[in-house]
Write a new protein. Structure first.
Length: 43
């Protein structure tokens, strides 16, 4: 169980891959982008 073990977190970091033990962190969308603050109301 070290750098060569692909089923461990350390092995994933060494290999540069992601998986169940080391999921990718997704960027969260800002609430301002969802609301579109700069968008003017039509009328």
């Amino acid at each position: 169980m070290g750098k060569g073990d692909l089923k461990t977190k350390r092995g994933k970091i060494h290999r540069g891959t992601h998986g169940v033990l080391r999921p990718k962190i997704k960027k969260r969308q800002k609430t301002e982008d969802k609301i579109n603050v700069n968008k003017k109301a039509r009328g």
